[in-house]
Design a protein around this ligand. Sequence first.
Ligand SMILES: NC(=O)C1=CN([C@@H]2O[C@H](COP(=O)(O)OP(=O)(O)OC[C@H]3O[C@@H](n4cnc5c(N)ncnc54)[C@H](O)[C@@H]3O)[C@@H](O)[C@H]2O)C=CC1
Ligand SMILES: O=C(O)C(=O)[C@@H](O)CO
Length: 322
Amino acid sequence: MVRKIPVRFAPGPVSSGDFRMSNNKKIGVIGLGAMGAGVALSLLRRGFTVHAADTRREALDRFAEAGGVPAADPAALGAECDVILVQVVNAAQTEQVLFGEKGAVSTLKPGSLVIGCATVSPEFAESVDARLHNAGLFFLDAPMSGGAAKAASGEMTLMTSGAPEAQALAADILPAIAGTVYRVGDRAGTGSKIKIVNQLLAGVHIAAAAEAMALAIREGGDPRTAYEIITNSAGNSWMFENRVPHILSGDYTPLSAVDIFVKDLGLVLDTGGRTKFPLPLAAAAHQQFLAASAAGFGREDDSAVIKMFPGIDLPHAGQTGR
Ligand SMILES: NC(=O)C1=CN([C@@H]2O[C@H](COP(=O)(O)OP(=O)(O)OC[C@H]3O[C@@H](n4cnc5c(N)ncnc54)[C@H](O)[C@@H]3O)[C@@H](O)[C@H]2O)C=CC1
Ligand SMILES: O=C(O)C(=O)[C@@H](O)CO
């Protein structure tokens, strides 16, 4: 049965001093990217001692300036923490930071909790759970939704599944990073399944938003007027509203990269393929993101998928702010 766990959310900035005395759990965050940086800062605001590992020195420096404790690598982080959140991009990176050379599993104390937040296949989440169980550790499958802005404000949605012990160990941490936490089962993998369904919609909606804006521009419409009207009409979507401003400002700094959707729609299609289940819209959207990646836009914001449409002049950076 799906359970929606009510979480306490304090809107607006919270002084870390208000909470610092109240929480002595040591939390580790591996991956300080678009999502992980916001998660780490949310935990700091709620008074947790937060350690972090990332291969990017500049991300660690920013985190240290905010009051966090940088770790040399995931193994060094594991030695210090009771709970770690894995916020890297995919299964290969998750494998590396947990089980690879200098991986966190080599140093975590028995009974510690690993919260897996990257979008991965349900099968991978299940296999991580089994391997951590054998190492005397707990695992919570906890993919995220809401984008970088909601990760930063601590308002994202989490789709969690895992053993009751894992849920219990995470109970005081999840409200610090999420506005809504769903409990979708007591086995790892179920959370990742619903995330895959979300990614089908997210990817199709971004590709559709790009196609719609490309047509509006092709037909000579003012893109800002089109955005204003569509966001107040039945064709609107969360993704249209969220991503089209990036197109309007010509700013493709990645908040979620094109290559994330090459990965995620690939996971969607793998899921359908396993039971021979047709997913025609997901397949079409995947092709658009693959084309954008092949054209060199893989590290740009996913709204750069609009660059695949020929014969249109896109708004340039500097015309408006994001
Ligand atoms: N960006 C978004 O809007 C959303 C992303 N997601 C998912 O969240 C996960 C993270 O996505 P983003 O934050 O966008 O990715 P990102 O690429 O911005 O961040 C990943 C971070 O992991 C670090 N990293 C990679 N390998 C590492 C290693 N071996 N050791 C330490 N650090 C390492 C990278 O340096 C980077 O800072 C992905 O699975 C993505 O699909 C989920 C919801 C929204
Ligand atoms: O937030 C989500 O859910 C998403 O899938 C995107 O923002 C991009 O990964």
